[in-house]
Design a protein around this ligand. Structure first.
Ligand SMILES: [Zn+2]
Length: 74
């Protein structure tokens, strides 16, 4: 099999988890990143982060991370 893996995009879930990200941002996966977990790891280098929410994790782009109303690290 020489099929090329399709890049996995991680969409931003917005600061509250219910809003669409105004930028519709997504992590641009590196060539070797094939799984969402790997893509998230790539995203962290670009400022992406995850926030724990009831029942799931939210993926936040750098913009939403800084716009988040509740910033626990401060
Ligand atoms: Zn965002």
């Amino acid at each position: 099999m020489t099929a090329q893996p399709i890049g996995v995009e991680v969409s931003c879930n917005g600061p509250s988890g219910g809003d669409d990200c105004p930028d519709s941002a997504a992590v641009s996966a590196r060539f070797t990143s094939r799984t969402a977990r790997q893509v998230r790891a790539d995203g962290r280098e670009d400022g992406w982060t995850t926030r724990r929410a009831p029942g799931r994790l939210l993926d936040l782009c750098p913009n939403c991370r800084t716009r988040a109303p509740e910033e626990p690290t401060r």
